[in-house]
Ligand binder design. Structure first.
Ligand code: G6P
Length: 611
């Protein structure tokens, strides 16, 4: 949700800022801007993509070795040139970019108007720029002090990069709630919302914590809190390869990420699932394992696709380990006064590790004394730092806004947890435990096989790309997959789609079915196979179009359905990992055929750092 970059050093800032913004564009892409300091401050901003900004700004004088850049996902004020960041304070002393929301901005704005300030944008960010400037001029203090004093008056979330016109050899960065990483180079520093724009310049980074303020100059960095306590910067080396954030020959990141799944799942269980020893070992949960094994209740929280993975987790843990599980949208959980006890285990699932609602729900659960675990993809992000213990999914950077490989990695982690708990709690026999381990190992090869049918998916996609509605049906482990398939389609192709438990169809959605309605039915040979065959018949009796995901070699559904997409057989407990793949590919092709921007769908952002 909004991408921030900054640079101070000896190199030209503009190319670094633009290439950094392109890497962060998944965080927001409705407008973009840069500000460069070279004797005077220049600000260039444009509605639209970073490439629109570049078309405009590259024709201007962009020389300078200090600068900040921003790609926006609008919260306050529509996406236009005026509301785009950077924002200048009224008298031009401060220029800043901001990710987050200043919640008390209207009160602050009123006070500033009373003191003679005018506003040209509708943003909360301009209020902050003016507040800093007001304190700076009135108090005759340094830029750093003005920033810290202003931030102590602010309620809300911010990741900030700030230039002061009178102190041009400095960049000030500050964070509360919105992520910020500082890249440490040789006589140069980088600021970014995550490490992806930094990694091509340096692997040494400092992750800012809430209420940290960093003052960067070519000679060094000073780190302190908003309250002026000095801090010792902790430089870490990031393990991120530039190749992982390129498209590598694919037209879109989403397709690259779909095709990466055999490898990303392998990376998720690498070093954790051993066929030699026939065991699963989750180092990140080692200390909390006794508590987990004894747990009376597990609450899983997440948003979007991560919530869908959580639903699969509920089925897995209840089925294999017999521990009651509740799955909650983090945004509901945090505001609905939930009952949380110190005996509860809360598992927070998040690809980015930055989702504001999930982060707030974690804090709430911690306050209530629960043990909070994280399942996250981005190493060093806020959620793993906030939780008591956890498991990284190690799926590699996911850049396409529609989540694909993160989902299968999250389900893989949840499957590992459920299998270990099942065995330790003596619900699973050694034989079943071993069989599940072997089958988990076989999943990447089975996904490779599914990916070979890509052309088949393209053919089906061409037939239904103009449909206005889709229904997705599944039972048991495949109900959450139906939800995820519908989400994939609607978010990238803008076709309305609903996921439903197959049997629930009779209680409403069946009324929608006619000869124009494609119904994707997840109908593999599991224990509800006969039931789902009946559901397919119910759809066909109403002239619906059935696209069925079936087990290889199925002959019964082949006769009933309009199209079948075959997937290899697997154990019921792991079928979500295979069944979701055809749905991801189907939605990808349909979106491409409809000329939609697959990697950056309208109105969405990859990392939702506002509530
Ligand atoms: C956004 C993304 C989704 C993601 C959700 C939760 O809506 O577009 O792909 O599933 O946030 O994000 P998280 O990073 O917490 O998994």
């Amino acid at each position: 949700m909004c991408g921030i970059v900054g640079y101070i050093g000896e190199k030209q800032a503009y190319p670094i800022l633009i290439s950094g913004l392109k890497r962060l564009e998944y965080r927001g892409y409705d407008s973009a801007g840069v500000s460069i300091f070279n004797k005077k401050v220049k600000v260039f901003k444009k509605k639209g993509k970073v490439s629109d900004l570049d078309d405009f700004a590259s024709k201007q004088d962009t020389a300078g070795t200090v600068g900040i850049g921003h790609t926006r996902w609008a919260t306050h004020g529509e996406p236009n040139d005026l509301n785009a960041h950077p924002h200048e304070s009224m008298n031009g002393h401060f220029i800043l970019i901001h990710n987050g929301i200043i919640e008390n901005y209207s009160k602050l704005k009123e006070k500033l108007i009373d003191r003679g300030y005018n506003f040209i944008s509708e943003t909360d960010t301009e209020v902050l720029a003016n507040l800093i400037e007001y304190i700076y001029l009135k108090g005759k203090v340094s830029a750093e002090i003005a920033v810290r004093l202003a931030l102590s008056k602010v309620i809300g979330a911010f990741g900030l990069a700030i230039i002061c016109r009178e102190e041009p050899d400095k960049l000030i960065a500050a964070r509360r709630g919105s992520p910020l990483v500082i890249g440490v180079g040789d006589g140069e520093y980088f600021i970014a919302s995550d490490a992806t724009p930094i990694v091509e310049h340096t692997k040494s980074v400092i992750y800012l914590n809430d209420d940290d303020v960093a003052i960067l100059s070519r000679d060094g960095l000073s780190l302190k809190t908003i309250k002026n306590d000095s801090l010792t910067p902790k430089v870490q080396i990031i393990d991120l390869d530039i190749g992982e954030i390129e498209k590598n020959g694919f037209d879109h990141f989403m397709m690259k990420e779909i095709f990466e799944q055999p490898k990303s799942i392998l990376d998720t269980f690498r070093g954790r699932v051993s066929l030699d020893k026939m065991e699963i070992f989750l180092g990140g949960l080692y200390n909390v394992m006794p508590k987990l094994i004894e747990a009376k209740r597990i609450i899983i929280i997440g948003c979007g696709t991560s919530w869908h993975a959580g639903l699969v987790g509920e089925y897995l843990i209840e089925d294999l380990a017999r521990i009651p599980v509740e799955v909650e949208y983090a945004s509901e959980f945090r505001y609905r006064n939930p009952i949380i006890t110190p005996d509860d285990i809360v598992i927070a699932i998040s690809q980015s590790g930055e989702t504001a609602d999930t982060l707030a729900a974690i804090k709430l659960a911690k306050q209530a004394g629960a043990t909070v675990l994280g399942i996250c993809n981005v190493v060093g992000s806020s959620i793993p730092r906030e939780t008591h213990a956890g498991v990284y999914t190690h799926a590699g950077p996911e850049i396409g806004v529609a989540s694909t490989k993160a989902f299968t990695a999250q389900v893989t982690v949840l499957a590992m947890i459920a299998i270990v708990l099942g065995y330790e709690r003596k619900v699973l026999s050694k034989k079943n435990y071993d069989e599940l381990i072997k089958e988990l190992h076989a999943i990447p090869t089975k996904i490779e096989k599914i990916l070979k049918s890509n052309n088949n998916y393209l053919k089906v996609s061409k037939l239904y790309k103009d449909a206005t509605n889709f229904l997705y049906l599944g039972r048991g482990y495949l109900f959450p997959v139906a939800l995820e398939g519908a989400l994939k389609l609607k978010e990238i192709s803008y076709i309305h789609a609903e996921g439903y438990p197959a049997a629930e169809m009779k209680h409403g959605p069946i009324a929608l079915i006619d000869e124009k309605m494609p119904v994707v039915v997840l109908a593999i040979k599991d224990k509800t196979y006969e039931k789902i065959v009946s559901n397919i018949q119910e759809v066909k009796a109403r002239k619906g179009i059935v696209i069925a995901v079936v087990s290889e070699g199925d002959t019964i559904i082949k006769k009933l359905a309009d199209h079948v997409l075959e997937i290899p057989e697997t154990k019921d407990e792991l079928c979500a990992l295979l069944a979701v793949i055809p749905l991801q590919i189907l939605s990808y092709h349909i979106a491409v055929l409809r000329n939609c921007n697959v990697d950056q769908p309208r109105n969405l952002a990859k990392s939702v750092t506002v509530e």
